[in-house]
Design a protein around this ligand. Sequence first.
Ligand code: PRP
Ligand code: URA
Length: 210
Amino acid sequence: MNSNVYVFDHPLIQHKLSYIRDEKTGTKEFRELVNEVAMLMAYEITRDLPLEEVEIKTPIRTATCKMISGKKVGLVPILRAGLGMTDGILRLIPAAKVGHIGLYRDPKTLKPVEYYVKLPSDIEEREFIVIDPMLATGGSAIAAIQSLKERGASHIKLMCLIAAPEGIEALNAAHPDVPLYVAAIDEKLNEHGYIVPGLGDAGDRLFGTK
Ligand code: PRP
Ligand code: URA
């Protein structure tokens, strides 16, 4: 497997992902679980954030402590389904600014169609985490990352719940500089471009549509 791909095998992530995949899991529980897994993944993904030493005065004396330094985080959910992961991550990184990229897959061509982009103004200063539960053909994530790069972003990570091998290959070919963080790599895509076994349509399951 490509060295730019990281699979989070933490037991809590894997346990909750099994419920997310289950067709019996209803919208409310699905939404809660997606946010919980996103939060746990954000905990793992931020492991390498740089720290700096700061002087803090405790009630007892001054102490040399550590705080996060370096670039600030920008979260970019791909609409719609990326929204389902946003609140969970913001619980851990409340100061992150949130940009939005709206894309949908044309059901016939499976190609992404961009319909909305709104990003923080200080793009060059941010470390971006693009979020979307599903990396299927990879078209949506590739287009979203391209959109970010064209507007000046240079530090980008992609975080998904489930990826298909086809999407990973396409992502690595298009954006070899972008590491991918996932909870699972599934078997393949079916003839409709859905991940097998996957979890079905992430947007529909999150928002109760069909
Ligand atoms: C889903 C999903 C991804 C995309 C993945 O969104 O949330 O954005 O498909 O497929 P890809 O890797 O082949 O591009 P969808 O197009 O269904 O839009 P929605 O979130 O508005 O439902
Ligand atoms: N989009 C989804 O929501 N699910 C898939 O399996 C593939 C693309």
